[in-house]
Design a protein around this ligand. Sequence first.
Ligand code: DX5
Ligand code: ZN
Length: 227
Amino acid sequence: MSVLIAPSILSADFARMGDAVAAVERGGADLIHVDVMDGHFVPNITIGVPVVKSLRRIATVPLDVHLMIEDPDRYIDAFAEAGAAMISVHVEALRHLHRTVHAIRALGVKAGVVINPATPVGAIQDVAADVDFVVVMSVNPGFGGQTFIPRSESKVREVRALLDAAGNRAPVEIDGGVDQHNIVRVVAAGARIIVAGSAVFNTPDPERATRELKAAALGAVTSAVPR
Ligand code: DX5
Ligand code: ZN
């Protein structure tokens, strides 16, 4: 894998979601990132299983479902059934992270673990060999359009090192506040799945924004040390 761009549908116009997906796919989106929020784990409420099901019907790329919910174990089957290709769960929400990771994989879905800005990288150490990807939150989850937290860049490096030490080539995903200005740095730090919400959809031309982000990311990966 080189580097994948995952536009976050959260910042799209929910009344025209089909158009939003089509536009970013024309721009070269590799995944569609779907932010599920329950008003408990995070202060915001967004979308759930039926929307994932509808997105699955129209999207031609895989759906990357980010669960920002309490008790995610209760909903994993439903999101898998709805068509998620990847499901990520927050370590802060789970008492039995290892069990949950394996439960997701048993459904034939790629399992990711997510760490919040205040969560140390060591929190995922004991599942580092088991995960299909790790998501570093570069904002506090809950809303699109927030400012990138600079410390996240070194956190990406730490997660990459942790995965490497576990012998796991799983990619590091970065989520929150990524734009044209910082994408090169996060890719150089080792991120290989790049989520972008407002940098794609809060622009006049989401197709073009996707294409430009992807070009910047691919440029950074080819000039970086091979991983
Ligand atoms: C934040 C979400 C992000 C968000 C990214 O809680 O998990 O995926 O949509 O949006 P931007 O790129 O605007 O920070
Ligand atoms: Zn997200």
